[in-house]
Structures are given as structure tokens and as C-alpha cells.
Design a protein around this ligand. Sequence first.
Ligand code: IMP
Length: 199
Amino acid sequence: MTKNKRTGSSRVRAGHREGETVRTLISHAQVKRRLKELARQIRRDFPKDPLHLIGILKGSVFFLADLARELGGEVSFDFLAVSSYGKGIDSTGEVKLIKDLDVSIEGKTVIVVEDILDTGLTLKYLLHIFGEKKPKHLRVVVLLDKQERRIADVRADYTGFTIPNEFVVGYGLDYDERYRNLPDVCILHLGTRAKAKSA
Ligand code: IMP
């Protein structure tokens, strides 16, 4: 991980199900500190513009809520839902729109708020559909970036942390809809038993 100076505790804890364990990669305090820096960076780039945040459900909810409160000035937000992963860990590479935006983004300074950039296929799809809606500016902020996994040629304008190729949960990120409520970003390990059950 390149960004944070000190990684969180490496203590391995029992997960939600037999065979699953979690280990803190980035503590909640580290996330909060980094969000202040990201918010300052974004506001420096757009000092006067009202910012329209678009959160990608559901993984970005805590990230968007915390970031929005760090951004001064006028801020509005909307949410969009796509599915790219199904229930497991491996991406199908398919992106399906499940919930569209509520309001038009034409002429607005839009900041897409994503939890994690992995293959980049989701973001590539989103930037394509948002670009066609004629925003004044279109920028992307991601909390986590797994650069090693990139397939699509996309990048975020603002990145919280670059992380290794591990499956992470917590602070909004899930495995099969679980672990979103962990305050820290944690690495999830599935024991052989848990893997067999989820297959
Ligand atoms: P991409 O299209 O492969 O970049 O995937 C983006 C989406 O996949 C994210 O918004 C997450 O929902 C999900 N995802 C990718 N990696 C992880 C992970 O390590 N933990 C949880 N969800 C992930």
C-alpha cells in the first residue's frame, strides 16, 4: 500500500462465518485522516463550484457520507446502482445498471464516488454513460485502488489508498453482503471450508 504511512493492526480476527478471518489493512482513523486530504484537494481544484457527488451503491455509502461532510461549500448528491460482481469474489466482467440517477447532471461539476477500483470495468462503463449526459466537469474519487488488477484503461482523479491485490471488506465493502459495517478496511481470508461452502 503506497499512501498510508502506518498500516493498521495485523491481528487476525474471526470473521462472520466458520473459516473466515479478517485482518485490518487500513484503520478507520487512517481513512478519516485521508478523507480530509482528499476533500481539500477536490475543493482546491473546484473552489467555487457546487459539487454534485454520485455515489455508486452500495459500497460507497460511508465513503460518500464522510467525504461530503469534509467538503465545504455547496454539495449535493445522488446514487446509482450497478452490479458487477454477483455474490462471490471473482468479477464476471459484466456491468448491469440497476438504479439510474434521480436528477440530471447536465452542466454540473460531478464527482463520481467509488469504493474501489479493481479491473476498472465498472468505472469505464460509468464514465461512458455519464460523459454523454454533458456534465460541466466529470471527476472520479476512489477510496481504494487495486492497480495490479486493472483491465480497462481508466484512472481515478483522486485516490485514497493504493492497496495490494487482496479481497477487502469493511467501511462499506462487502463479501456476499456481509462485513460492510466493519469500521476498518480489512483483508478477508476464506478458509478452505468457507470457500467450499460459497462455491
Ligand atoms: P471493477 O469493475 O472490477 O473495477 O470492480 C468494481 C467493483 O467491484 C467495486 O465497486 C466493488 O463493488 C467490487 N470489488 C472489487 N474488489 C473488491 C474487494 O476487494 N472487495 C469488495 N468488493 C470489491
